[in-house]
Design a protein around this ligand. Sequence first.
Ligand code: GLV
Ligand code: MN
Ligand code: MN
Ligand code: MN
Length: 404
Amino acid sequence: MSMLDSWVDEVGLIGGNGSAVNRFAWTPELLAACEWLVERLRELGLNAEIDAAGNVIGRWDVDGADAGTAVLIGSHLDTVPDGGRFDGALGVLSGLEAIRRLKAEGFGPCRPLWIAAFNDEEGARFGTSMFGSTAFVGDDLTALRDRVGVDGVPLAEAMRQRGFDFDEVPRAKGIDGVGCYLELHIEQGPRMEAQSLDTAVVTAIVGIGGYRVTLRGQTNHAGTTPMGERRDALTGASRVVLALRDAALASGDVTANVGRIEVRPGGTNVIPGEAVFFVDIRTANPNIFPTLGNLVRDTVRTAATAEGLTAEIAVTYEHQPVPMDSELQELLGREMEAQGLAWASLSSGAGHDAQVLAPHVPTGMLFVPSQAGISHAPEEFTPPGQREPGVSVLTSVLKTLLLS
Ligand code: GLV
Ligand code: MN
Ligand code: MN
Ligand code: MN
């Protein structure tokens, strides 16, 4: 078994049971995975630490005043609820393997090589998403101070429980030392397998809007309240789910999802007086993206009016659609060609830390396939033989970048 494959198995057991993995921001499970990575990086001779935002940052620095800015590689180690072993982790571990190979062959970089495992890319606990990379690029996160986790623990308190301080998060800014960013990731969709591709160059990353919607009606008796006189919050939520699904289907360029819903008070013989649900809506089209907020708001208002409900809408996350750097796309494509791989250029329907980095430094991504196109699920899998081409391309491209 290769080093990469044994690392995938080992990390998959941290917060995992061999298939489903649960590693959320500021939990012992995620921090254990981060500490595992710090140890591996130190064994390879890098300076490694967990920064003030919970990112693992490893630095292979080079001597000399003219060393220049770093090539940064990375991804994330946190997961969605009952997530897979590959989303994020394969990118981090492929980066670790690339560094191991460069060290093993005595490669001497002309500029620094850094690696990051960004904290809380998924936002599973606090609904924040891309917390760590946002801190790394120096963007303001103070608005998140009062966010409360799905477990009822406020973000600042969750950090304090692990020895971190929310006020120190700005110290995690590290972008000024970075010259470019590269992220390897699983595709998380079916296109590569359908086309029998080994690897893909990412052209652009989808824009993502996240909204928390609260609908309120009247809690009442399930059996005595006439059907025509109900103010049922879940019926309103159902209208929103279907209307957004239909709008997305009609557009062809949009995806819409409601993956989390809480209905109160939650009795089988009680009309739900309140429904809180989370909309995730996406498009790669930069002309459509600015219209999605109004689509959500109009859809919610229409449903609320139809069911006699009140509505509140809050933005929980927003990530702009971004193109990947054209020179890095060319470099990746040339290397895939040189290695004789079956490859193509594809856009990403998943969000990535790369879209947070892209407005700041030239950023590129490459994909390896996802078996049966399944992701954000325990069945997520990329067979060992399909991991290697990605690592090989990443390692070669790093050599080119580190010598320039
Ligand atoms: C990240 O995994 C996302 O696309 O939600
Ligand atoms: Mn994910
Ligand atoms: Mn991911
Ligand atoms: Mn910025």
